[in-house]
Design a protein around this ligand. Sequence first.
Ligand code: EPU
Length: 430
Amino acid sequence: MIKYIVQGGSRLSGHVNISGAKNAAVAILPASLLVDGVCRIENVPDISDVRLLLEILRNMGASIRRFGRNTLEIDCSHVRNATAPIDLVRRIRASYYLIGAELGRFGHARVAMPGGCNFGVRPIDQHIKGFEAMGASVEQLGGYVCADAPEGGLQGGHVYLDIVSVGATMNILLAAVLCSGMTIIENCAKEPHIVDLANFLNAMGAKISGAGTDVIKIRGVERLTGGSYTIIPDQIEAGTYMAAAAAVGGDVTVDNVIPKHLDCITAKLREMGAKVTEYDDSIRVEAERRLRRSNVKTMPYPGFPTDMQPQIAVCMALAEGTSLVTEGIYDNRFRYTAELNRMGASIQVESKTAVIDGVTQLHGCEVRACDLRAGAAMVIAALCAEGTTTIEDAHYIERGYEDIIGKFAAIGGKIRRIETFEGSSQDAAG
Ligand code: EPU
């Protein structure tokens, strides 16, 4: 059990260095299964989702060497078709990428149904539709997804996604790179991490074009060989610190970012009254006055990301006037609003919209992190609040934020981490 004790009320100022993108890393690591050689991957975020995936790959026979905190060399040439351990797979949503990667490499995959944050039903029918378009037969048996290529292997196919899905786009890409012929994915997702996965695979010898547009073409190749690759900075981690600076107040520069990936967040914070200045690879957020109200609807990239919805809601909870947040991706991503209300926010959820009446002050109390981004939002709210806030279930936050306590400490945020082991309690960081 991990909890954070947050002391609110200090203004934030200074620099934060952004880590590699979680949602790129969790696809690129399984993608290394497709490579016949050593992949050197830099800027890998040191987060629990990544550690879990590495444990899964190790269990499957991959040899993995670490250089410092964020560089890995992964060699999967000796991995034989092995079922990833169910207890590990179920703990992470991104384990679904093992289906595409195993199917592409071995012509067969057997992977437990993935876990991950609970925002309502999260089906994988579009992933399956893509595998079937390449000739695979896919069944869901006893909690496992079993996929088999036809005799003679997967053949390039044409798939039009019914829903713009990040996971389906990446998974179909993974299955398609080594199959024969051309695969075309239409109405695909355009997130920066999709471009990053395609760039990684191309750096290893794949032939993928169109990533970042809504049509991706993959010409199958016989073999991928090793190489080096650096993962892009995390758009959502950067957005989280930008929202924190705007909500808490202060002067924060997020370094090692791609400002273009943050356009929608920059625009929203400017609209709400923060001063946001873009540099080549950093963004400065200055907020000295109370923010103004705004509305936002989450959408696939380049729209406002659902993974920033709870964090921007905290900005709105303290802004002047009434703001509306509409969730356009998931059925149920508002569970955290009840926790914010316990801190004194005034948020009413009506179906897919949260109506937020801005208040002037939040108050510290006991809350919980309902999921990864909700947890980040609780940290921001707690830093804004008067007094001390205890955030239970903070392990969710560590799935996707490298050293969040150290990074906030560097800009003046006071967070203490307490990890409780069965029967004992250990204060792990100051
Ligand atoms: N959907 C279907 N069928 C499918 C696939 C998706 O109905 O086969 C629906 C989903 O239920 C959802 C919508 O389509 O309503 C979009 O889902 P998508 O597939 O794009 O999401 P995902 O791949 O499950 C990834 C990220 C999420 C992020 C979403 C949207 C990973 C491991 N997860 O999830 O990240 O919210 O894309 O951008 O990459 C996070 O980082 O906090 C997080 C939850």
